[in-house]
Ligand binder design. Sequence first.
Ligand SMILES: *Cc1c(COP(=O)(O)O)cnc(C)c1O
Length: 402
Amino acid sequence: MDSRDSKRWTSLLSKKKEQDTMKFATKAIHAGIAPDPSTGAIMTPIYQTSTYVQESPEVHKGFEYSRTHNPTRTTLQDNLAALENGSVGLCFASGMAAIDAILKLLKPGDEVISTNDLYGGTYRIFTKVFEKYGIKFHFVAMEKANDLEQYFNESTKLVWVETPTNPMMNIIDIAGIAEITKKKGVLLAVDNTFATPFLQTPLDLGADIVMHSVTKYLAGHSDVVMGAIVVKDEQLGKELAFLQNACGAVPGPQDCFLVLRGIKTLHIRMERHSQNGKTIAAFLVNHPKVARVYWPGFEVHPNHQVAVKQMKDFGGMISFTLKDNRTEAAFKVMEHLRLFSVAESLGGVESLCGHPATMTHASIPKAEREKVGLVDSLIRLSVGIEDAEDLKRDLALALEAL
Ligand SMILES: *Cc1c(COP(=O)(O)O)cnc(C)c1O
């Protein structure tokens, strides 16, 4: 690292100290963000440039080439690091590119223990890409943290957790798992996409790496695809920054600008997503045509107490099944929804619905799916921030069509 780089690190750390005293809403709007030095522009400009003019070779302002550093991206990365209570934030071209970078910390022969109820794309990159390079994956139920110890051996290097899980809304005890990974000297990575740092900060619970599909709640407006990693440990941050630059899957400055704008309302959006989620979960659980509702806010949810302990609220993701447990019944309800659009993805201001058995989890054999409760009538909702009464009426009318 040259002196300019170390200066950047030092200034990042002093900024961090100041930010440690800010509350979440203030950090969302201010952390890592300063008026543009050349004009005073209050909003971070979109530095749409690939390169930077140097006074003389190697004499520059800390920016040489935009794969390595771009001011719009740096601002977003610093903001994300502050929101997750980490010290280094790194943005990637997609959530999958962020996962790719984390796995490149490993080498052939290493083993990973992962949640079994997992985002489909994560399962795919683990089994179809990294197994080829000699990394071994174990997919296990993690609802009881103590059950995890049996899967460790000499080669275990990483534990991968997603919580709440997709689409079954299981909750995994991050602090409980971190206790084991710390004892074993193994890295713990948490995909925090569903919860966002507003609801849950895994680094505070002992995780080493937080990963996001920024595409979802962080961007929040269904107009960007992006990923991010945040870590506390500086050495680990440097290794990941090396991979970000060496492999090169970085986002463009315009997308970074859009996400910076989105994050300014993250706390307000998450509050409303959570409020609407609660209203919709309560409506569905009392509906005569609904069989089961999966939402961590219910006291009967098997890990409700863990959710209460590690999350500020329960978010806007809900899955439910119908008493008429056929795919056709689920399709009929979804076709009659007007405000909930049928679409992949989640976390935008508008409500979406999806059918995991045929959309996101179609590649998993039916028998395997059904073992974890992912039956044909399961519908997943990403409850938006529209008026909750309108959303309830939309669901009521669609269920009436059955
Ligand atoms: C969408 C998603 C990803 C992948 O992110 P992309 O931005 O689509 O590449 C990873 N994990 C979870 C939980 C997701 O929802």
